[in-house]
Design a binder for this molecule. Structure first.
Ligand code: GDP
Length: 284
């Protein structure tokens, strides 16, 4: 992270148009992100900090229920994280391999993050969105019934590995016990598990199995709310508050801040990239 004195969180960013101007001209900011910074203020806030957008519709006494500012990176940090996710000659971002068993998983010594969620929760769309700055990366999906589901490994330069876990639902719990559970229990370099929940329907029974597993293994995990473009503001706010309450009262290992995202509008994607870069030690 940048030095605290230079740090500008979401709040100050929007009070200081000069910061946006300076950042969008800075050499350390990619062209794509410089364009993002030129968006009108409200659109920019919605894209970078979707939870802050939701907060605006809450009564002031309910705002403390939402943990918005535990991870509140500056736009400089967000720009740096986007660079980590940008494929270049010196920063190769590639699919590495697939595995059905943990002992077939690549022996990687980099920090690792994994994505788990019910089939259809929007996992492959989210991973594709995270990798949009590396258009060569092919996010493989095997959805045909009867096909063995695999764990897919992607390396992001020398920085970290992203693992796309099989979606639970079809053939669960066999897939889950054989692969997901063993992986979560044994993978030593796993730094953070991202548990995807569909923001339209909220936490479902099968999501609870995954949550219980993360809790049982004392894993640090994060709830990502997918498809936020599909709901009205009111519905989204209701879901966010319900899930936040669940996290506050029923979990130990879950990061207290929720990460709402849309793979369609890209809302929350830059922030999630920044969080991944941070938990894998790439913003230090
Ligand atoms: P997976 O089974 O978890 O990998 O889910 P997919 O990524 O294949 O998505 C399942 C369905 O949800 C597909 O029809 C996607 O187009 C749709 N979807 C995924 N993410 C989003 C999103 O952010 N917004 C909207 N509106 N649809 C989405």
């Amino acid at each position: 992270m940048v030095a605290p004195g230079l740090r500008l969180g979401a709040e100050r960013l929007f009070e200081m148009p000069a910061v946006l101007e300076r950042l969008s001209r800075s050499n350390s900011t990619s062209q794509a992100f410089a364009e993002v910074l030129r968006l009108p203020k409200q659109q920019l806030r919605k894209l970078l900090y979707p939870l802050h957008e939701v907060e605006r519709f809450l009564a002031p006494d309910r705002r403390q229920d939402l943990h918005l500012r535990i991870f509140d990176p500056s736009p400089e940090d967000i720009a740096r994280a986007d660079k980590v996710f940008t494929a270049t000659e010196g920063n190769r971002i590639d699919y590495v391999s697939s595995a059905v068993r943990i002992d077939h998983a690549p022996d990687l010594f980099r920090p690792e993050v994994c994505f788990i969620g019910r089939s259809n929760v929007g996992k492959s769309s989210l991973i594709k969105a995270l990798f949009s700055l590396a258009p060569e990366v092919e996010v493989r999906v095997s959805k045909k019934p009867g096909h063995t589901k695999k764990m897919n490994f992607f390396k992001v330069g020398k920085h970290f590995t992203v693992v796309d876990m099989p979606g639970y639902g079809y053939r669960a719990p066999e897939d889950f016990v054989d692969m997901v559970e063993t992986y979560l229990k044994e993978r030593r370099n796993l730094k953070r598990t991202f548990l995807l929940v569909d923001s339209v329907v909220g936490i479902q029974k099968t999501d609870n199995i995954a949550i219980e597993m993360c809790e049982e293994f004392a894993l640090p995990y994060v709830i990502v709310l997918t498809k936020i473009d599909k709901s009205s503001k009111g519905h989204l706010l209701k879901q966010v508050l319900q899930i936040q309450k669940f996290v506050n009262t029923k979990t130990q290992g879950c990061f207290p801040q929720l990460f709402p995202v849309s793979a369609v509008t890209f809302s929350g994607i830059h922030l999630l990239r920044c969080f991944i870069a941070s938990v894998t030690g790439n913003l230090d």
